[in-house]
Design a protein around this ligand. Sequence first.
Ligand code: UDP
Ligand code: MG
Length: 167
Amino acid sequence: MEQAVLILIKPDGLIKSLTGNILTRLSETKLEIVAAKIVRVSRELAQEHYKHLKEKPFFNELVKYLQGEIHDRKKVLALVYWGEDAIKKCRELAGATNPEEAEPTSIRGSYGRITTSGVYENVIHVSSNEPEANREIKLWFEPGEIIVELYPQKELLYKEHKVKTWA
Ligand code: UDP
Ligand code: MG
């Protein structure tokens, strides 16, 4: 089954210069990249992304982690991969959520760590299932930023809408 998956290289992955390694590992899947961008993560976006963990004691730290507040690297690299069994393939490569339990050769097993505050700094996010991928991709990307039509779209006519262009 062909499906899309949201991948985030989290701030610890960026500050550790792991972008190339992680993208190389992901290229083993032969999936297609259909969207990619660098994002400065707002508090609202981080909270919405991790809303399923809102009640957890580590939620505030987790939000700061995704925003890059902990690593002084305030950005993430967001990508959408697309193809056969994309979610399963990417989650297998990423490894378990807890880097200590992750298979040692997986991305999280190789590069993740558990902080003193208890947050798992596991360098990469991978959507966990199709409904989550759908929700997350729509949260991080606008339709025009994805080169294929993953989900139904609609057109709106904005009047007096301010946009930035090159001077
Ligand atoms: N997390 C954590 N401690 C936990 C569970 C999760 O620090 O006990 C963090 C970790 O960075 C993880 C993120 O919260 O990647 C999202 O958790 P989820 O359960 O969705 O795991 P994932 O889908 O990322 O494997
Ligand atoms: Mg998850």
